[in-house]
Design a protein around this ligand. Sequence first.
Ligand code: DGY
Length: 321
Amino acid sequence: MAAHKILITRRVPPPAVEVLKNAGCAVDLVDQDDPPSREELLRRVPGVAGMITMLSERIDAALLDAAGPSLRVVANFAVGFDNIDLETCKQRGVRVTNTPDVLTDATADLAWTLILATARRAVEGDRLVRAGKWTGWAPMQFLGLQLSGATLGLVGAGRIGTAVGLRSLGFNMHVLYVDGQPCAELEQRVHAQRVVLPELLQAADVVSLHVPLTPQTRHLIGAPQLAAMKPTAILINTSRGPVVDEAALVEALRERRIAGAGFDVYEHEPRLTPGLTDLPSVVLLPHLGSGTTATRQKMSQMTAENVLAVLQGREPPNPVV
Ligand code: DGY
């Protein structure tokens, strides 16, 4: 029997390639850090049995057509899977998997990196020092938001939202959250209160987004929601860019209707909404949420295990469909 051909659409940490090669698969690795063009993907996909894909690749009917009937599994190298047309995969019997759990801590840590950096204006301060413009300590310089005792508002209390909430313990914060389900862990461990979004927006000093991107969450935070926030509050997004209407965000920041924003993801990623980089009060990271060596190794291993499980006729460990 011919070896299964597996396309990996980007350079990834070693485990995926090793695990697949050891199992006798023929691995076609797109050996680069930049996303391959759509044409390149369409050119390389015919005849594959499995794909390990990144969040920036659109997995739709046209790509599945190009792959042909040999394709049995798409293992997304991410916990999110809004880049994949799940319905079409399901109809064609193509399994889809993701990488939950292993990136929860790394992403929660990164959310806190943004919370602290934005609240305490760390990047603005760094820029001043680097530019050689710092003239010394001053009582009114870069005054920020005190996190101790402040209110943290979590929009979404799934795995990552919960981990962000639990990390607030050291800051003695009051925690509010919005979710379709009560979260016992947050309520018991940090005495969090479940509220509705308008209540959270009005009360929170830090609004942190942790929802998946769905038709219901697209532009969940737009002009009316930004207007409902406190003028001293900050908005943190480590979920998916289109959850925020970025044009409305730029406007709100320009008019100082909120104090700042810390973003790891963008509405038109990797393009930035005009005006965003002109605002001193935003901290902008390049989608680093899961970016620790240990986490990316685990994600790599998981994707390969999911691919192999499907090809060997077993239930994959992390099925989406
Ligand atoms: C995910 O996993 O969905 C992140 O955005 C990338 O790790």
